[in-house]
Design a protein around this ligand. Sequence first.
Ligand SMILES: [Zn+2]
Length: 377
Amino acid sequence: MQTDLMQIFRDACAKKASDLHFLPQDGVCILYYRLDGALKEMERYNLAQYQEILTRIKGMSQLDIGETRLPQDGRIRLAIDSKNVDFRLATLPTIFGEKLTVRIMQPMNSHLSPEQIFTNPEDLANFKKTISHAFGLILFCGKTGSGKTTTAYTAIQELSKGQKLSIHSVEDPVEYTLPTVAQTQIQPKFGLGFPSAIRCVLRHDPDVLFVSEVRDQETMELMLKAVVTGHLVISSLHVSDSISAAQRLLEIGVSPYMAASALSTVVSQVLLRRVCKHCCEEVTLDEATALHFGILEGLKIKEARGCESCNHTGYRGRMAIYEFLHFTKAMKDMIRAQNITGLQDHLVVSGHKSLKDRAREAVVAGHTTIEEMSRLT
Ligand SMILES: [Zn+2]
């Protein structure tokens, strides 16, 4: 039984967990790690042991130890194996006591190059094309934990090389520090929300503006105006694919004309679990499944099983798949006409590779399974 908090943190970092969940239940507290995107039970504590852990972590992160009825959040930085690791934590009152969730902000490798991220030459070429524009709007899309922030940071790092561009960011929160980028953390408490911060940044002669996430019309309108006045604006949207990104842009309420003029590229990504090479089995695809997923009937594909080396999950590690949508004049015309269905049809006939197409390629290549692919549909 591991109740030493530092030991738990060290173990979670070593196992590359992204989050820890301490879930109090009737008479017991279960500790889960999120590994490769899925929860895994690691430990069970009695409530007295959990209370000890909770009090200790609240003390370390300067939360109010006595407050148990209201949610709290905070962060701590700890040295784990001689590296500084940031932990973001949040408590939540539940019927069995306070739940504690800890997000581990693994330090981003500052030398992460596009070549390391995009192992597929087609993706790498598309990425280079994306960041080659002097102005325009680039959106990185994906769900929470899809890695879109890392990809966006890689784009900014790449643009900052050579230090010829003035790069500013407006973020909430600033997740990683980037050399030679002026990073601003918004502070709504003091009146510095996204819109006011962007207005200020635009007075600082930026070439590139990064806005960590857009949720409202005012912020998006300011970003579009910045593009129209000759800036490169990079941001991320919490949507699953590129068509949804175009749709969200229109739903936010900005002028379709402005959106169409500004849009340069939408990059969407999703993480798929890699099937465990030690225990996977080769199966022949039956007719119905083949038809449903658009794969050739009779093809041999991999199915997940489970063994010691994959914690009996059948999967080990994850791979990112990408969709790059570069907006052509024809596509911009469809955005201007708010014709999302037309855009969708246009992409199908023009041979555009959607996330589903990329997932299918990964199944056929034996990297992942139909089960993982079906999560996209
Ligand atoms: Zn296995």
